[in-house]
Write a new protein. Structure first.
Length: 376
């Protein structure tokens, strides 16, 4: 076990994992490009194929969380709610405080069979990020500039296009719009005070336009809203780099189900409903900080082997020729070939590090610092 722990800290191992993810991702993106010919012939077949292609990529990240780092995810909910998981279209509302909050969400979607069809309302900048944005494009992810005047028509059109989606989907909304930082929180609470809204201690003021629009456009398709409040035991603040180094975390997720018919249809009333929800989320965080536990019954959905098997498949396919090629380069004794190979390794390392940087809080957008001061 000590040797395995040692391997998890080695840069060359991280580089090989990154190589498998990047190259398999590019192959998957190419296959997705080829599937575009299916769209005019059979749109639903196109969607089902792309759900599985996306699963093959995203499950590699879930594998790192579940099998590589051994991170545990515990649900706090009720049996009736858990029985609906993976059996209906839903909107997910998740707090945005951690670098790997999306990954904890993905591990739950994987365990309930909806990872490939999971959706998100994403910032448009991510569309241009290789692998991540490209895969999302083929999955019909809704991208926005986070300027409602420019986004309105695009978001509405994108949401309505999902109304006949053939696979059960979990549509993720980060209603806070950006990750929590102390600076953003201070500005957000200034806005709350100016609007006469109760101040939040652990969340930013939710931005209601995306939520109310999603509810309106997906009404009749989506059955419920799942409110998810995430925290980590021991007051840990995990990172994707920590996961890559094999650090184990313990995540707790409080999940509450709200049938869509219980959410007001009127836009203003729906916005008020969302503000009340975030006040309740704040109370849940306060309870967790004081007692170290969320209310509700504990559930630990078992991890499935498919993420590990998928990664082993890609590793076998891609690392064998890489090792053969690398051995051939060094065996040739050519300084030029060796330098070129090392340059390629360096470029790959830089590319992997840049992809990881997308998740880092300190490298997040300044959206909350400026946009909270503007009228929604």
């Amino acid at each position: 076990m000590d040797f395995i722990a040692f391997l998890k800290t080695q840069f060359i191992v991280h580089l090989l994992i990154g190589f498998v993810f990047v190259v398999s991702g590019l192959i998957i993106n190419f296959i997705q490009l080829c599937t575009l010919v299916l769209w005019p012939i059979n749109k639903q077949l196109y969607r089902r194929v792309n759900c599985r292609l996306a699963y093959s990529l995203w499950s590699q990240l879930v594998m790192l969380l579940e099998w590589w780092s051994g991170t545990e995810c515990t649900l706090f909910s009720d049996e009736a709610t858990v029985k609906t998981f993976g059996k209906e279209h839903v909107i997910i509302i998740l707090n945005h405080n951690f670098e790997i909050d999306f990954l904890c969400g993905w591990t739950m979607t994987e365990r309930f069979g909806v990872l490939g069809s999971s959706k998100v309302l994403a910032k448009r900048e991510l569309l241009y990020v290789p692998l991540i944005g490209w895969t999302w494009y083929f999955l019909e992810i809704v991208f926005c500039k986070r300027k409602w005047e420019e986004d309105r028509d695009t978001v509405i059109e994108g949401l309505k296009r999902l109304s006949d989606y053939p696979e059960y989907m979990w549509f993720l909304l980060y209603c806070e719009g950006t990750r929590f930082t102390e600076t953003k929180h201070r500005i957000s609470m200034e806005v709350a005070e100016s609007k006469g809204l109760p101040k939040l201690k652990y969340h930013l003021l939710p931005r209601t336009k995306g939520f109310t629009t999603a509810v309106q456009c997906l009404r009749g398709t989506v059955s419920a809203v799942y409110d998810v409040t995430l925290n980590f035991r021991g007051n840990k603040n995990p990172s994707l780099l920590g996961i890559l180094y094999g650090k184990k975390y313990e995540a707790d997720m409080c999940v509450r189900r709200f049938p869509l018919e219980d959410i007001p249809q009127d836009e203003k009333e729906a916005a008020n409903w969302l503000h009340k929800l975030y006040q309740e989320k704040d109370a849940l965080q306060e309870m967790y900080n004081q007692e170290g536990i969320f209310p509700g019954k504990k559930f630990k959905p078992p991890r499935r082997p498919w993420t590990l098997l998928n990664f082993l498949f890609w590793a076998t396919v891609l690392l064998s020729p890489l090792f053969t090629f690398g051995f051939g380069v060094f065996a040739s004794g050519s300084p030029l070939l060796i330098l070129a190979f090392l340059g390629l390794v360096g470029a790959a390392s830089f590319g992997v590090r840049r992809l990881i940087g997308v998740t880092e809080i300190e490298k997040g957008s300044s959206y909350g610092n400026q946009e909270f001061k503007k009228k929604e």
